[in-house]
Design a protein around this ligand. Sequence first.
Ligand code: HEC
Length: 125
Amino acid sequence: MKKIVLSMLLASIGLIASESTVPYKSGLLLPPQADKIYAKECAHCHGKDGKQTSSAGLTNVSYAVIAGMDTAELAKTLKEYRGGIKSKDYGPLNKYGYGAVMISATKDLSWDEIDAVAKYINGLK
Ligand code: HEC
């Protein structure tokens, strides 16, 4: 009996430990994990530090350094790229003609996730 209780205890510790290492996956109802979202959805085009201004395969576009941008402005920009819940809320943004790229990068993000990512990018140095 003691052995069973002990192994159950160990199993539940194992569960708790593995939960904190669950990789980010869009669509799961977890609190926004801004750093993981940024790493998975944004860093390959905007750089880990948010200072990359062009990306492989997109040769004729150069966008702004996003690191340190104002949080509210970032959140608004991202929601505009993503498109609102009602399309009239946030028009599709297309600053340099490559807005479609940003739609696919943001379409799976919730408003909460966008707000969290905006705060994260504002903090990038
Ligand atoms: C496949 C490459 C790619 C990915 C991934 C990507 N972006 Fe972009 N981003 C672009 C391009 C291209 C533009 C310019 C779009 C346009 O024409 O308006 C842009 C524009 C932006 C801008 C506006 C910059 C400016 O010049 O004002 C912000 C802010 C931004 N992206 C943030 C993000 C965030 C946050 C993510 C992740 C959720 C992300 N991007 C993912 C390529 C990418």
